[in-house]
Write a protein that binds this ligand. Sequence first.
Ligand code: PMP
Length: 330
Amino acid sequence: MQYYESMIDLVGNTPLVKLTRVSAGIEATVLAKVEYFNPGGSVKDRIAVRMIEAAEKSGELQPGGTIVEPTSGNTGVGLAMVAQQKGYKCIFVCPDKVSTDKINVLRAYGAEVVVCPTAVDPEHPDSYYNVSDRLVRETPGAWKPDQYSNPNNPLSHYHSTGPELWQQTEGRITHFVTGVGTGGTISGTGRYLKEASEGHVKVIGADPEGSVYSGGSGRPYLVEGVGEDFWPTAYDAAIPDEIVAVSDKDSFQMTRRLAKEEGLLVGGSCGMAVVAALRVAERLGPEDTVVVLLPDSGRGYMSKIFNDEWLASYGFLEEEEPTARVADVL
Ligand code: PMP
């Protein structure tokens, strides 16, 4: 019989697919690593497995323990899925601006979600930061993974994403492009690829305009999951050769083109990373292979990026690519 023991065994080994339409006119091969094939639907399943298994080994997480993390997104889903399979509880803390759909996904996986008011100072006892710290102190057997500082976040990519890309491209990858949030993906995958290629692979970070990685102050942007207003320790600034800043408008328009033209229903940080990858690929020749990592699925963004009214309210709709508009009419 062919089966897996648990969903955890399905994490990683995601496919590479060639981008053809959005890369028209570009000589280099542009391949996408499609991370929504992970069982929790995003690249964050990889870090969840490794952070939890490392904490089991170190004794920080004991049988029957509780995982407490301030997260509302993909990391929460990965942690919740792995935790339930291994018999741990999860408590996630998130600000009240997070959509009820995202909160309900975490609850569906069996996690407890504590919602905190956004409109209070970080020092206030009810703030997102203080509530998660208090829960860690007061919950017996609590352990906080802290993806922003946990070395097993980048290490998971060093041991899985990086080797997969090297094998899948038979060592022919020349450029790796990915969005930067905690910095785990770029630091771990990038380090592996540089070591395996003896420094030949170029690593490019894609960042929302306004975020610190591309020289911004952390001013707001709409793309979710990427960019920061501080420098996490999971990010190794020595790895990227270049950081490309991408606007919200370009990110969202490319996200919609990926769905309409490549059959890839993916999230906004994917569109952002593809814009950066194509800017890099334009300068390259037929011998080059650019791989761009697409972190999650577009299903979580139907009421935003894929909603015409939402997009139009920011003035991002009218200049969509002509091919996409033709597809709309058809
Ligand atoms: N895109 C999305 C949708 C994400 O959730 C994340 C993780 N925060 C990233 C990109 C960036 O990945 P990393 O944290 O490894 O830099």
